[in-house]
Design a protein around this ligand. Structure first.
Ligand code: FAD
Length: 418
C-alpha cells in the first residue's frame, strides 16, 4: 500500500530521466509519503485492523515505520540538494513565499514529530498535548507532501495521477473525521452513567458504569475501551482501560491505579456523572484453551475479566495465575481472587516483592526461575497471557519461548505502549 503513490507517479508517461541521485531522492519522497499515509490506517483505531494484528504490534509498527517514513522524506530534499544545489531555490521566500514557508514547516515539522515522539516521557511533555501536536503535525505534513508533489508536477503530469493523490488525501481526511468526529458523535448518542466509584488497595479505583440506553455493550473478556469522563465526548482526555468485569455482566467495570492527571480525578468523581466509551478494542482476549497468566499490579485487570467471565459461565477449565505485587496490603483484587478461587479451577500464586516477615509464599520479582516452576507439563495445551510492568513481561515472554511454548499461544498487553 505504501508503494502506491510511487507506482502511480512513475506510471504512464514518464518525463525524461534525471540523475540517479535526483531519482533516488524522488523515489524516497514518494515512498515516505505512502508510509505516512498508512500510519493513519493503523492509528485510526479501526476495529477491523486491530484484531488481526493486536494493539501492541500496531503501535510498535506505527513507531518503527514512522521513523522510517521521516528518514525517507527527509532524504528527499537532502539528496536533491546534494545532486544539484539549485534546488535550494525551493526554500527561497523571494521566489515563492507560500512554497518556501510550507517546505520550511515540513522540514522542521518532521524533526519536531520525531523528537517529541522519541523523548516525550523524558522531556515531561503532557500526553494529551503530545497527542494533539502529533496528530496536527502528521496531518499537515501529508497535506504539504501531496500539494508539493502536485505543484512540482514533474511526475504528476496527468489527470489520473493528480486524481489519485487527491483521493489518497481524501481517504486520510475520511479516517481522521471518522475517528475524531463521527465516533465521538456516535458515543454522544449512547452515553454511560457512573453508578459507583469503589476504592481499592494500592491507590486503585474501580468505576462501575451503566449504559443509559437498553442496548447492551458487548465486549470479549480482556478487551479495553477508550473512556472520556466529561459532558462531551469531543475531549482531548480520552484514555484506554481494560474491562475488569465479567463479559456476562451488563454493568461494566474499569479499574485504574492513580498515576497522573486523569486517574487522579477518579477519587473525586460522583455517581451520576456521564462517561463516553469507545470500543471495545484489543485482541488480548480469552481463547478456548486452559490459561496460564503472568500479571503484575494493575496489569491484572484483563485477567480479572477472564476469571470473572469463567465464573459466570461456570467454565471449569484450568487456570494458573502468577500475580506479582509489592506487598500483601497492596494487592488490588485480593478478595475477589480469593472468592474466584472457590468458584473456578484457579491456581493462584501470589508473589510479593516486599513481604512481611511471616510470609511463606513466593518472594521477590517474577523471574525465569519462578515462571518455570509453575509451568504446566502439557505446555502447549495452554494459552499464555502476560500483562504488567515491562520488565516482568519481557522475562515471562522469554521464559515461555525458552521452555518451548509455541509463540502463537503467547499473548501480551502493554499498558505503557505510548
Ligand atoms: C490497552 C490498555 C489498557 C489499559 N488498561 C488499564 C487498566 O485496566 N488500569 C490502569 O490503571 N491502566 C490501564 N492502562 C494505562 C492507562 O491508560 C494509563 O495509566 C492512563 O491513561 C494514565 O493517564 P493519566 O493522565 O492518569 O497519567 P499520565 O501521567 O498523564 O500518563 C502516564 C502514562 O500513561 C500513558 N497515557 C496517558 N494518557 C494516555 C492516553 N490518553 N492514551 C494512552 N496512553 C496514555 C502514557 O504512557 C503516559 O506516559 C491501559 C493502557 C492501555 C494501552
Amino acid at each position: 500500500m505504501s508503494l502506491l503513490p510511487l507506482l502511480v507517479a512513475y506510471s504512464g508517461d514518464i518525463p525524461t530521466k534525471r540523475t540517479l541521485l535526483e531519482e533516488l531522492g524522488v523515489v524516497l519522497g514518494f515512498i515516505g509519503l505512502g508510509l505516512f499515509g498508512i500510519q493513519f490506517l493503523f492509528s485510526g483505531r479501526i476495529k477491523q485492523v486491530a484484531p488481526s494484528f493486536g494493539v501492541d504490534n500496531i503501535v510498535q509498527f506505527h513507531k518503527e515505520i514512522g521513523i522510517v517514513a521521516i528518514i525517507f522524506v527527509l532524504s528527499h530534499p537532502i539528496l536533491l540538494l546534494v545532486s544539484d544545489w539549485e534546488y535550494i531555490s525551493f526554500y527561497d521566500p523571494r521566489e515563492n513565499l507560500p512554497r518556501a514557508a510550507a517546505l520550511f514547516f515540513a522540514t522542521f515539522g518532521m524533526i519536531a514529530l520525531l523528537s517529541t515522539s522519541l523523548w516525550r516521557v523524558s522531556t515531561g511533555l503532557n500526553y494529551e498535548w503530545w497527542r494533539l501536536i502529533h496528530g496536527v503535525l502528521g496531518f499537515s505534513l501529508v497535506f504539504i507532501g501531496i500539494v508539493h508533489s502536485i505543484q512540482v508536477g514533474h511526475y504528476l503530469n496527468e489527470f489520473y495521477k493528480i486524481a489519485f493523490f487527491i483521493l489518497f488525501f481524501g481517504s486520510l481526511v475520511y479516517l481522521l473525521v471518522h475517528a475524531r468526529m463521527v465516533r465521538p458523535y456516535m458515543a454522544k448518542k449512547d452515553p454511560f452513567i457512573i453508578k459507583e466509584i469503589l476504592p481499592r488497595k494500592d491507590d486503585c479505583y474501580t468505576l462501575r458504569l451503566e449504559k443509559k440506553s437498553a442496548e447492551p455493550f458487548r465486549f470479549l473478556p480482556g478487551q479495553f475501551t477508550w473512556i472520556t469522563i466529561s459532558h462531551t465526548p469531543f475531549s482531548l482526555q480520552q484514555h484506554p482501560f481494560s474491562f475488569s468485569s465479567s463479559a456476562e455482566n451488563s454493568i461494566l467495570e474499569i479499574t485504574a491505579k492513580r498515576i497522573g492527571d486523569f486517574t487522579n480525578t477518579w477519587k473525586y468523581l460522583q455517581p451520576g456523572q456521564t462517561a463516553f466509551l469507545e470500543g471495545p478494542f484489543g485482541s488480548f482476549t480469552l481463547k478456548e484453551k486452559p490459561c496460564f497468566l503472568v500479571m503484575g499490579g494493575i496489569g491484572v485487570t484483563p485477567g480479572i475479566s477472564f476469571l470473572k467471565t469463567l465464573a459466570d459461565r461456570k467454565d471449569q477449565r484450568k487456570c494458573i495465575l502468577i500475580y506479582g505485587n509489592e506487598s500483601w496490603k497492596k494487592i488490588p483484587f485480593r478478595e475477589e481472587l480469593d472468592r474466584l478461587k472457590n468458584q473456578i479451577n484457579l491456581k493462584l500464586i501470589h508473589v510479593l516483592e516486599k513481604p512481611d516477615k511471616d510470609w511463606d509464599g513466593e518472594k521477590g520479582l517474577i523471574d525465569e526461575k519462578l515462571v518455570t516452576k509453575y509451568l504446566p507439563e502439557d505446555l502447549n495445551e495452554f494459552d499464555y497471557y502476560i500483562c504488567g510492568p515491562g520488565q516482568m513481561m519481557d522475562k515471562a515472554e522469554l521464559t515461555f519461548r525458552k521452555q518451548g511454548v509455541d509463540w502463537r499461544n503467547i499473548y501480551a498487553e502493554r499498558f505503557d505502549f505510548v
